[in-house]
Ligand binder design. Sequence first.
Ligand code: IPM
Ligand code: MG
Length: 358
Amino acid sequence: MKKYNILLIAGDGIGAEVTEGGRRVLERIAQKYNYDFVFDEALMGHCAIEKVGVPLPDETLEKAKNSDAILFGAIGHPMYDQNPALKVRPEQGLLKIRKELGLYSNIRPIRLFDSLLQASSIKPEILQGADILFFRELTGGIYFGKPSGRSDDGETAFDTMMYAKYEIRRIAHQAFSAAQKRKKILHSIDKANVLASSRLWRETVNEIGKEYPEVQIHHIFVDAAAMLLIKNPRMFDVILTENLFGDILTDEASQIAGSMGMLASASVGDKTGIYEPIHGSAPDIAGKGIANPLASILSAALLLDIALGLKMEGQEVTEAVEKTLEQGWRTVDIADLQTPKEQILGTKAMIDKVLANL
Ligand code: IPM
Ligand code: MG
């Protein structure tokens, strides 16, 4: 029996509720195909600060390095948003683990399930058939550039958007090889009319592009891209972009899929990968049992496929989600005016429906 060590990091807010979905789906797959998935748990984020004073305890990092894959929930707490002066912050844990594991490539598939056409705020005729694969650079750019901080008098603050060529090259290779297997179109998004780091980005993407002569490259400025995503999402297939632009554009693009609660992601690179919903800790609904677990379940599907090489099993999980949606089951974030009340489920009930279809 093949054994895999899977680390669960539920994190903060709705993290625990939704990660339950990912975990139960993985358990079902293990049972069905006779795999030995060994689960362990670890702390990260606000919960870790409360317990041990740091957002990423050494023990968590150690466990992460020794696992085959990590399923992560969410991070953040309103306490820090209300008090920007706090120096120790939950998000530092997530950034540190990404950096320590060398997870430079954040893959975010934007897929609209047909039955959710009405759930989006965008017109169905604009949306139908949209299918975008984002490659967001994850360990560089303004998130990590030095210097960053405050002047001595506290009157000025600064961050540095910085890229080295090697950082651009490695994520570009990933995006180009995905484009090569898909529609052979790649949109690279930058702000090269203003930023030096974006001009290096564009230059390097063009260089790497020469190794993929079949792939058409289009460069778009990030402001225009933000508009075009909503105007004509179908014009995109593979999108390659840097860290901060990717963070912003994928939240925007989640509306193409109907809700933030639908979007899964894979953060991959040198070591163990992290599989995580793109949504945050959603403190406003945490503990209410109404969060959408599908992003975590779809993250588990990516984990099966990418981390464990269980492609067919990952596909089965995605199909179970699709079937559940076709049956009309919704969490409140993806319900529309036509959805009957009885079909709107809480987190646990939604997980049960997906499991029943698996
Ligand atoms: C994401 C999140 C994180 C990010 C936060 C929680 C640090 O928004 O994964 O998109 O900005 O990368
Ligand atoms: Mg984000």
